[in-house]
Design a protein around this ligand. Structure first.
Ligand code: IFM
Length: 743
């Protein structure tokens, strides 16, 4: 079955390579319903909608997530990103038989009286369009072909489009279509919306609702264009546009639905804004809106595509990863950030982690720096929350929350949800995973080096880097003739409240030294800003002396005999468990060995010392030490976190370990597409997507900065013929064409 092509399809680059831009489901795979809902999300950086079906389907979890709309419902420990009213509903009946896919398409069983005769669905990465085609026989015996298309406009962030085309393949069916907006939606049984109001007028409907505890209002308005007459009606929680038509044999009818969505973050009166926006959008055709959307995606891919020749699977996986980051990246808003699961699922409640700064941001810094600046500004706007957290712990300076939402306060839950036996586990990351401070500083400095955006540094970046450094200056403890940091959690979260994490200590040391350099730059470049910050942040001479002492005497656990870093004090006293013995498996090793045993062992959840080597490269140690570290920690790592494989691929590539590098790359590439962690239903692993890009660009291609600008140092997998990509350095585009001479 051939999927139709919309009028504004992004121009074919090369028809024979079309499959490298598509993720396809054919036939229907009901057992992977939630997996595909996540994979098939469409979005535009303002919102994303999961790829749930347009018509009702038992077990579906439709979700549209809008950046910045959080709510903490009654009795809930933390706020969560709120599932917006559903804009997708299309209820279709053919001669009175509801179109549904609820029973097995493969078995050709009659769903609710009809029969599904064929099915194909594809996400078109080039145009960020989801298309579905179904062949359906109604109980009357008449057969129709239904084609669905949807997009979230990149040209107008508030505009969403759906086109339904129904063709009478056999017989002359009577078609009824109800296109709606539905506020009867929740986040896993938590209802966040109240004060719901619906409106129906001409061929437009609208609804508006308010979050139960936070201050947000949302409004959606929809318009339906069809050759059939359209009537509008408004119910208690839903508003519907209804169209009916009798189709001649061989004829087709289309139903174009345009939806506008606004929140009180965008407009004082979101309902009026949505109604106005949809009316003015309806003055233009669906095709015109779709063409504008495709044109913007064409520009975007011209910057962001990374072409890999010689490995189609790698090519598709990388484009898929880039796509998912681009649809979550806020283009017009510097007061929001990207959550760990992007906007494609409810996992981690939409909270923002270090995933954004160290995994996702580099791609944006190097290709879409204005979006990177938005994300860093989100942190700047939350300095007050970070200062409050530091103060609560008795320190000066700023300590960013491990999990962040709209408020800037710490929103990590203290306990996990109860398991099947009602057992809950204490979560310490909110208190102890303090390396988040240096992760953010690292991202700011990386952004500054690549963009040369001094204005950002002077206005915002420096204040973050310095005030988070103030925290470290106070937090480091003098003991036994050196400085250390106790009760930490490094990236390896299997080991809680440990002392002297190499990752944390070394990064804090690096951070303090960068902060001193930055102060030097400020003093010469803009003394007024230097004075202002010195006064505001109390950067006294004695504080700076302490920073120097900490840099000089920071305890970085190291085994001189073995010439390796020791992940934290006492790490090698723990039980050694050969992780590889438990391969192959899906999910973390916890399930097999139990929480307590893992905590008391040398099993590592994710790249930790290896992560440090990715970030600081040769600054961590000699090549011998780096290799020793890798060969020590890699076999102890169970990759229980999706953040791990891509970083291993990157570091292994740089260390000249091509087999491990490629194995880890493949593993990272499969995390979402093949659901390697078994939890893609909760949303895309945004960090892994960003890590995959870094594994290719920094790892295999060896992109780095020299005095003369960006340069590459390729170590491509043996079968890759070529990698081509673009980056922007200080406002200038650089194109790299990395060719593998051996292929
Ligand atoms: O931030 C990560 C963490 O490193 C590992 N657990 C999941 C978090 C969110 O992705």
């Amino acid at each position: 079955m051939d999927l139709h092509r919309g009028a504004g399809q992004v121009k074919d680059r090369d028809v024979s390579k079309k499959h490298l831009w598509q993720i396809t489901e054919a036939p229907f795979q009901p057992e992977r319903l939630s997996h595909f809902e996540t994979l098939f999300a469409v979005g535009n950086g303002y919102l994303s909608a999961r790829g749930a079906f347009d018509e009702p389907y038992a077990g579906a979890s439709p979700a549209t997530l809008v950046h910045g709309i959080f709510n903490q419902a009654e009795g809930k420990p933390v706020p969560e990103l709120v599932n917006a009213p559903n804009w997708l509903p299309f209820q279709i009946s053919i001669d009175g038989t509801p179109f549904s896919m609820n029973t097995g398409a493969r078995d050709w069983i009659k769903p609710e009286g009809g029969a599904l005769l064929g099915y194909r669905r594809a996400l078109h990465l080039d145009s960020a369009t989801l298309r579905r085609e179904a062949l359906f026989r109604a109980e009357s015996g008449n057969t129709v072909r239904l084609r669905f298309e949807r997009f979230a406009s990149l040209a107008n962030p508030h505009l969403l489009g759906q086109r339904l085309t129904i063709e009478a393949v056999d017989g002359s069916p009577h078609i009824q279509v109800n296109a709606g907006l539905d506020s009867d939606i929740c986040n896993q049984a938590v209802q966040h919306w109240r004060s719901i109001k619906t409106v129906a007028r001409d061929s437009c409907v609208a609804l508006t609702a308010t979050t139960s505890h936070s201050p947000y209002r949302i409004a959606l308005a929809a318009h339906l264009t069809s050759s059939a007459d359209v009537t509008a009606s408004a119910g208690e929680k839903r508003a519907t546009l209804c169209a009916e038509i009798q189709l001649e044999a061989g004829a087709r009818a289309s139903f174009d639905k345009l939806v506008a969505l606004f929140t009180s973050r965008d407009a004082a009166d979101p309902l009026a804004a949505a109604q106005e926006a949809v009316s003015s959008a309806a003055a233009r055709s669906y095709d015109q809106h779709y063409q504008a959307h495709c044109a913007r995606w064409e520009e975007t891919w011209a910057r962001n595509d990374v072409e890999i020749e010689g490995d189609d699977r790698a090519q598709i996986a990388l484009r898929f990863a880039i796509y998912h980051l681009l649809i979550a990246a806020p283009r017009h808003d510097d007061d929001v950030s990207i959550g760990a699961k992007t906007l494609s699922g409810l996992g981690y409640k939409g909270h923002v982690f270090w995933d954004t700064e160290l995994f996702i941001l580099p791609l944006l810094t190097l290709t879409q720096p204005t979006i990177a600046r938005n994300l860093l500004t989100y942190r700047y706007r939350r300095l007050a929350g970070a200062r409050q957290k530091a103060q609560e712990y008795g320190y000066a300076g700023a300590l960013f929350p491990w999990e962040s939402t709209d408020t800037g306060l710490e929103t990590t839950p203290k306990w996990s949800d109860p398991d099947a036996d009602g057992l809950r586990i204490r979560i310490w990351t909110g208190e102890s995973e303090q390396h988040i401070n240096s992760d953010i500083a690292y991202a700011i400095l990386q952004y500054w080096r690549w963009t040369g955006d001094d204005a950002f540094m002077l206005d915002k970046g420096a204040e973050i880097v310095l005030d988070t450094a103030v925290f470290w200056g106070e937090r480091a403890e003098w003991k036994d003739g050196r400085y250390g940091i106790s009760r930490q959690i490094g990236p390896d979260e299997y080991h809680e409240n440990i002392n002297n994490s190499v990752f944390t200590n070394r990064l804090a040391q690096w951070h303090l030294s960068q902060a001193l350099d930055l102060l030097g730059w400020l003093g010469s470049r803009n003394p007024a800003t230097a004075r202002r910050l010195a006064e505001a942040l109390d950067l006294s001479a004695s504080r700076l002396d302490t920073w120097r002492a900490i840099i000089d005497k920071m305890h970085i656990p190291f085994d001189d005999d073995k010439q390796i870093h020791v992940q934290f004090d006492g790490f090698f006293d723990l039980e050694y468990i050969p992780v590889m013995k438990y391969e192959p498996r899906v999910g973390g090793i916890w399930g097999l060995l139990g929480h307590e045993r893992v905590l008391g062992s040398q099993v590592i959840k994710q790249a930790d010392v290896v992560m440090l080597m990715a970030l600081l490269g040769e600054e961590v140690g000699s090549r011998t030490v780096m290799l020793n570290n890798f060969h020590t920690y890699y076999p102890r790592t169970d990759h229980g976190s999706s953040l791990s494989p891509s970083i291993h691929a990157w570091v292994a590539a740089r260390l000249g370990l091509p087999d491990i590098a490629y194995e880890m790359f493949e593993r990272a590439a499969a995390i979402d597409l093949e659901d390697r962690q078994g939890n893609v239903a909760d949303g895309i692993h945004g960090a892994s997507c960003g890590g995959l890009w870094q594994a290719v660009v920094f790892g295999f291609c060896g992109l780095h900065l020299t005095e003369d600008g960006p340069a590459v140092d390729p170590k491509l997998p043996a079968h890759w013929r070529r990698v081509t990509f673009n980056v922007t350095y200080r406002g200038k585009a650089h194109r790299f064409d990395v060719v593998n001479p051996a292929v």
